[in-house]
Design a protein around this ligand. Structure first.
Ligand code: NAD
Length: 454
């Protein structure tokens, strides 16, 4: 046997080969509910949380709360070895609460650091981290620029850890979109097990839609998405300020742009067109904002409606309407996917998902309900299974959204299978294309309306 053939495959090669044989979808019956998780006995699972905010520890704003899902997935094995957040008081307060509860063992030795650098300088070498969960605001990550390059810094110091990164992968000026792709390449070259927080892909309803498409060998003709925010409940002033949050499409509509791409494939970005209703238009007047919008510079105020269309590279057409229009608490969101003879309509994915299916040769609409489905748990669970089982169990469910599919073997496999692989950087790129297209048409309209200069 030659040296080349007897060489033991590197970790990257082993991971790549295990992952390339996996499907970019999951049989919905294999998504294990939180209350049916089996208790793994085994080693402690050391994780670092970056960010002590709502996504990590929960709030009244919604069902997100990663720490809660980690506790249920790992039980007594969970050890949060560090919590990194410049807001030390916030971090200390959330830890204190955890230590007063039955999950104390996961947090009693957690150390709080202001920065990653502080952690690197004094971390306990007897408890090295296996994984980092990055839930800091997106403007502090997803680039190669100092202070906004936490993924690169983490992997430089801890090359073997896995990463979970919240959506969107970054925010910043649109000229910097390429930065996210550079970070993606860096992560991909390291062979890091990475998942990005587009949890809607893990909904059982979404996986059932994928299964219907796969089983019937369908070609998607169109995706129609609508996301109507309950704006009254949004009390964070930054959300209303485009210079802080990047605006509702990049920050929030991103979930539905990503889901559209999960079904439609990659978008021909040059085809994206969009219109908006702006805050200064009659139709854009809102009567129940819970913030003082006059404190936000006029040019930074968010649009009330953004309606976009585009062509997918595979030939289908996509459309997305985002609305800042509803009051109360719950959002109203729907995604329709069409193929020859089929309509797959996903309703209310955040609160109580229902999937309506119309099949060829029939006017009837079947409805499917998925009580107690928790996509936040499923995405964490699948990511941890990949970290723990990657080499032993090729049946481990596949991570459904990575940072970048371009240089990843899963992507090549999926395209070879005729199924388009989609990824988080491209979703970020699409959201910016929509925002910019809507601002272009807005500016044209304004220029038309402006009095002709003498
Ligand atoms: N998947 C979802 O449904 C979902 C839901 C909510 C939030 N998110 C995402 O999670 C991220 C955080 O949102 P949030 O609601 O928790 O925000 P938040 O404002 O509640 O918390 C952010 C925390 O990060 C800290 N922080 C700021 N700069 C930091 C840095 N450089 N390093 C470490 N920590 C830093 C802040 O002090 C704060 O405690 C955003 O990207 C958001 O879009 C996703």
């Amino acid at each position: 046997m030659s040296a080349a053939t007897s060489r033991r495959p590197s970790m990257l090669e082993r991971r790549s080969s295990a992952m390339s044989s996996r499907r970019p979808s999951i049989d919905p019956s294999r998504l294990v509910p939180m209350d049916k998780t089996t208790a793994h006995t085994g080693n402690e699972f050391n994780v670092v949380f970056v960010g002590a905010g709502n996504i990590m520890f929960g709030s009244d704003e919604g069902p997100w709360n990663h720490s809660f899902r980690f506790e249920h997935k790992l039980g007594p094995r969970l050890k949060v070895v560090a919590l990194i957040d410049p807001a030390i008081e916030r971090a200390t307060t959330v830890l204190q609460k955890k230590c007063e509860s039955f999950v104390r063992s996961a947090y009693e030795n957690t150390r709080v650091f202001k920065t990653l650098e502080d952690y690197v300088n004094s971390f306990d070498r007897k408890s090295p981290p296996q994984a980092f969960v990055v839930g800091s605001p997106p403007m502090f990550r997803g680039t190669t620029k100092p202070g906004r390059d936490i993924e690169i810094q983490i992997l430089n110091h801890f090359p073997n850890v896995a990463l979970f990164i919240e959506k969107p992968v970054t925010t910043g000026p649109s000229e910097e979109i390429e930065e996210a792709f550079k970070v993606a390449k860096f992560i991909s070259d390291k062979g890091t097990i990475t998942s990005v927080g587009y949890m809607l892909r893990y909904l059982k309803a979404v996986q059932m839609m994928k299964q219907i498409i796969d089983d019937n060998n369908l070609t998607v003709m169109a995706t129609i998405a609508r996301y109507a925010t309950a704006y009254e409940a949004i009390a964070k002033p930054d959300w209303w300020n485009k210079s802080k949050s990047a605006g509702p499409i990049v920050e929030q509509g991103t979930h539905f742009c990503d889901l559209s791409r999960y079904f439609g494939g990659d978008v021909d970005i040059s085809t994206v067109s969009a219109h908006s209703v702006e805050w200064y238009e009659n139709a854009g007047h809102l009567s129940k904002q819970s913030i003082d919008e006059t404190a936000i510079p006029p040019e930074d105020r968010v649009p009330r409606v953004t309606a976009a269309t585009w062509k997918y590279e595979g030939g289908a057409v996509g459309s997305f309407t985002h609305l800042v229009a509803l009051q109360g608490h719950d959002y109203s969101c729907e995604l329709e996917v069409y193929a020859d003879g089929y309509q797959l309509k996903l309703v209310n994915p955040y609160v109580q998902p229902v999937l309506y299916v119309r099949r060829p040769g029939s006017d009837l609409e079947e409805s499917h309900r998925f009580p107690d489905d928790d996509p936040f748990f499923s995405e964490i669970s699948v990511w941890i299974d990949n970290i723990e089982d990657i080499e032993e169990d090729p049946e481990t469910a596949q991570i459904l959204c990575t940072f970048d599919g371009q240089c990843h073997p899963i992507g090549q496999q999926a395209v070879a299978d005729g199924e388009r692989f989609t990824d988080a950087c491209k979703s970020y790129e699409l959201t910016w294309a929509i925002r910019e297209a809507s601002e272009r048409t807005r500016n044209l309209k304004r220029a038309e309306a402006a009095p002709i200069q003498a």
